[in-house]
Structure formats: C-alpha cells, structure tokens
Design a protein around this ligand. Structure first.
Ligand SMILES: NC(=O)c1ccc[n+]([C@@H]2O[C@H](COP(=O)([O-])OP(=O)(O)OC[C@H]3O[C@@H](n4cnc5c(N)ncnc54)[C@H](OP(=O)(O)O)[C@@H]3O)[C@@H](O)[C@H]2O)c1
Length: 242
C-alpha cells in the first residue's frame, strides 16, 4: 500500500476529483480528513471510507472561511495527531467573458480557488514544519498556464495557485516539505459539465480525462515514490486542442 496509515486532508471531497482522490487514497491505506460545504455528501463519503476499513473525519467547511478552515485543521490534529498530506482541491469555475465578469465574480474565484488554498496551507504547514515532513498537492488547471478564453477569473486564480506553489515549494524545501501543483485539462466532473455548457465546448470528447488519471498522479505525489520532487508544475493534457 502506497499510503499505509498516512493522514491526508482533501478539500472539496464531496464529488468529482476530490471524491475520487479521497477514495483512491483510502484504498492505498490512508486515513482521511475530508471537507466540503454539503453536509449530506460529506456524511455519505465518510461512511463509505469507514466501510472500506479506514478512519475518516468528515467536516463541513468552506475553504475561503478562515474560522472554518482553522476549526477543521484543529479537529484533524486532535483526531489523528498529524496531517501528512494536504490536497487543496476545492475549487469553482464561474465562466464569463471579461467584461461580463463582475467584481463579485472575481472575489468568488479568487476567494475559493486562491485564498482557500492559502488558508489551508497556513493552517496545516505549522504541523508539517514541526515534524519536518509533509506533502502538499495543489490542484490548479491547464487554464492557469495558458489562460482559458471566456474564463478570465478562473484562469487568473489558477495561475496564482501555480505561482504560490512554486514560491512556497522553494521556500520550504530545505525544511522537508514537498509542494507540487497539478494542472489538469478537462476532467469528467460536474464542474466541466457546468463550464462546458456555459462557456466552451470540448470539441473532441476523447480529450476529456477520467478522474482516475488525476488520482494516479496525486497518489504518486503523495507517496514516497515521488521522493524529493518539489515545486513542480505537472500537467495532464496541457493543450489548447480540446
Ligand atoms: N473538471 C475539470 O475539468 C477540471 C480541470 C482542471 C482543474 N480542475 C480543478 O479540480 C478541482 C476539483 O474540480 P471538480 O471538477 O472535481 O469540481 P466539482 O465536481 O464541482 O467539485 C468541486 C468540489 O469542491 C467543493 N467546493 C466547492 N466550493 C467549495 C468551498 N468554497 N469550500 C469547500 N469546498 C468547496 C464542492 O463541494 P460543495 O459544493 O458541497 O462545497 C465539491 O466537492 C477544482 O479546483 C477545479 O478547478 C477541474
């Protein structure tokens, strides 16, 4: 097992990529802390992970809310004593052309996609630094590397996550931390369905990634297999020919 008895905190775990990563980590022996805003879905996934024989703490939390994040991390540390792996996955897409994107839309994208990751790292890193070990996996997007026409707020928020990852990875490498960022192209989830309907059309459905492709990469980054890999931007299907 790749993650036997490791403790992983996955945000935005109730559906899509976060749910798939949570189940994939549990299958490899990890105990989980999972969060999202929808209590029923968190309860359901918590029960599923426990039924699979792993420990799971389900927390209802909005990642852009500092009090929620601090409460979640305090509960996680009280329950498990440490957090070995943090996956900053919670995110939203609010596609609109630039001049139709309101300041509230900008605030929403930056708050959830960027500030949410900042708050979770601020809360989790002190424990990792105390122990001199920890893996952080930020889920950005290919949109953060090459932009995405019709989604300026989403693309800019994800670009910021990429820069933040490299800044922190370089800053904390010598303290034993490994911080990397995954940039998927289109992945088959509700977020893609909503974005595609409102914004762009994936011309070739064969280019759409299954969530399992992201899970495999996240497992590699979370496990000892990735060794000293740090500050890396890893793309899955980085292309503008979708
Ligand atoms: N699907 C794609 O094509 C694609 C491509 C590249 C990158 N990504 C990135 O991958 C990540 C996951 O996307 P997905 O496709 O799996 O999306 P999804 O199916 O819409 O799932 C998003 C998850 O995040 C949670 N969430 C949303 N806002 C939150 C908040 N403020 N606080 C806490 N949890 C929140 C949602 O649960 P609640 O609504 O219940 O809170 C849900 O569990 C996102 O960061 C996204 O940008 C996706």
């Amino acid at each position: 097992m790749l993650l036997k008895d490791k403790v992983a905190l996955v945000t935005g775990a109730s559906r899509g990529i976060g749910r798939a990563i949570s189940l994939g980590f549990a299958a490899e022996g990890a105990n989980l802390v999972i969060c999202s805003r929808t209590e029923s879905q968190i309860q359901e996934l918590t029960a599923e992970i426990r039924a699979a024989g792993r420990e799971c703490l389900g927390v209802v939390a909005a990642v852009e809310n500092e009090a929620d994040v601090n409460r979640m991390v305090a509960e996680a540390l009280a329950t498990f004593g440490r957090i070995d792996i943090l996956v900053n996955n919670a995110g939203l897409s609010n596609p609109k052309p630039f001049l139709e994107t309101t300041i509230a839309d900008w605030d929403e994208a930056l708050n959830v996609n960027l500030k949410g990751s900042i708050l979770c790292m601020r809360a989790v890193l002190p424990d990792m630094l105390r122990r001199g070990a920890g893996k952080v996996i930020n889920i950005a997007s290919a949109a953060g590397l090459r932009g995405l026409p019709g989604s300026p707020a989403y693309a800019a928020s994800k670009a910021a996550v990429i820069a933040l990852t490299q800044a922190l990875g370089d800053e904390l490498m010598e303290k034993g931390l490994r911080i990397n960022v995954v940039c998927p192209g289109p992945v088959k989830t509700e977020l893609l369905d909503r974005s595609a309907v409102r914004n762009f059309v994936v011309k070739n459905p064969a280019t759409i990634l299954p969530t399992d492709d992201v899970v495999g990469l996240a497992l590699y980054l979370a496990s000892d297999m990735s060794g000293g890999l740090n500050s890396q931007i890893i793309c899955l299907r980085n292309s503008n020919r979708w």
